[in-house]
Design a protein around this ligand. Structure first.
Ligand SMILES: [Zn+2]
Length: 268
C-alpha cells in the first residue's frame, strides 16, 4: 500500500494565523517556524497511523510553500518539497493506493471557518467545478480521482471536515480544532490532535482492506471550472482548454481533459 500524503498549513491545530513567511519581523519568523513544527508533528502522526495499518510507502508532499522542516520528518517518509512544482499537486499518479490531506482548510467564505480561502485569501477566490462549489480540497480530490486515487483521510477544523464529508461521505476526518472565526479557533492540544490524526489515519488505511473507497469524479466531459476573484484573471491555458469571460472578474474554463482544466485554473 502506497499513500500520497498531501499537506497544507492553515488546518493544523495551534495555527490560527496567516503564514507571513516573507516578513522579516522576529515575531513573524518565530510564528512561521512554530507552524512548520506543528505541521510536521501532524504529518508524522498521519504517517505513523498509515504504517501501523500496513502501508509500505508514504510520500509526504509540502503543499504550502516552505512549510516543511525536512529533518523533522519520520525517517520512513519520502518527501516532496520546493517551489515551482510542474503541477499544483506534484508526483501524484495511479501507483498510489489512496491519499490523505493534513492541515487542510475550508473553502473561501465558509462562515466561522479558520483561515478559509483558496490559494490567496486577499483575492477572494471562489470556485465551481462542474456545477459544485469547491475549495482546494474539492479540486485536490478531483485531481486524485483522475488518477484513480481515492482521498480517504483529512484533518483540519470542523468546517473543513464537514466540507470533506459532504464531498466524500466515506472519508475519515480528524477534527483538530473548531473554527470560531477567520482568525481564531478552539484547538485541541498538540498531543490530542496528533493522537486523533494517528488513529484516524490508521482507521482509514485499515478500512481499505474491507471496502472500496469512493473516488470523486466531477461530471463531464466536458468539464467546466468557473473561477471568480476580486481582480482580473489570467490563467495559463493548457491545450484543449477554452476560456470564456463571464465578467471582469469571473471566467469559465472548459475542456474534455479534467487535469488540463483544473491545471489551467490553478496556474496563477
Ligand atoms: Zn491551502
Amino acid at each position: 500500500m502506497n499513500i500520497y500524503l498531501y499537506t497544507d498549513e492553515e488546518g493544523v491545530a495551534g495555527v490560527d494565523w496567516w503564514d507571513h513567511r516573507t516578513s522579516t519581523h522576529p515575531f513573524d519568523i518565530a510564528r512561521c517556524q512554530r507552524a512548520r513544527e506543528l505541521l510536521m508533528g501532524e504529518v508524522n502522526a498521519a504517517a505513523e497511523g498509515a504504517f501501523a495499518a500496513g502501508a509500505q510507502h508514504v510520500l509526504a508532499v509540502e503543499g504550502h510553500n516552505t512549510s516543511f522542516v525536512y529533518e523533522l520528518a519520520d525517517p520512513r517518509l519520502e518527501i516532496v518539497t520546493g517551489r515551482g512544482y510542474p503541477e499544483w499537486i506534484p508526483e501524484i499518479d495511479s501507483g498510489f493506493t489512496a491519499a490523505f490531506v493534513i492541515g487542510a482548510h475550508a473553502m473561501y467564505g465558509t462562515p466561522g471557518a479558520t483561515l478559509a480561502h483558496a490559494f490567496n485569501y486577499e483575492q477572494q477566490r471562489q470556485w465551481n467545478l462542474c456545477g459544485r462549489k469547491v475549495g482546494e480540497f474539492g479540486a485536490f480530490a478531483a485531481i486524485c480521482g483522475v488518477h484513480g486515487v481515492p482521498v480517504i483521510m483529512g484533518s483540519g477544523d470542523d468546517k473543513f471536515c464537514a466540507e470533506a464529508r459532504a464531498l466524500l461521505p466515506g472519508i475519515e476526518t480528524a477534527q483538530v480544532k473548531k473554527g470560531i472565526g477567520l482568525h481564531c479557533a478552539r484547538h485541541l492540544s498538540t498531543k490530542c490532535a496528533r493522537e486523533k490524526i494517528r488513529e484516524t489515519a490508521q482507521r482509514a488505511v485499515a478500512k481499505l482492506a474491507k471496502s472500496k473507497p469512493e473516488i470523486y469524479r466531477p461530471s463531464g466531459p466536458p468539464y467546466v471550472f468557473r473561477l471568480k476573484m476580486n481582480e482580473q484573471q489570467n490563467p495559463i491555458l493548457r491545450s484543449g482548454v477554452e476560456l470564456r469571460a463571464i465578467s471582469d472578474t469571473e471566467i469559465e474554463l472548459r475542456g474534455d481533459d479534467l487535469l488540463a482544466v483544473i491545471g489551467s485554473g490553478a496556474s496563477y
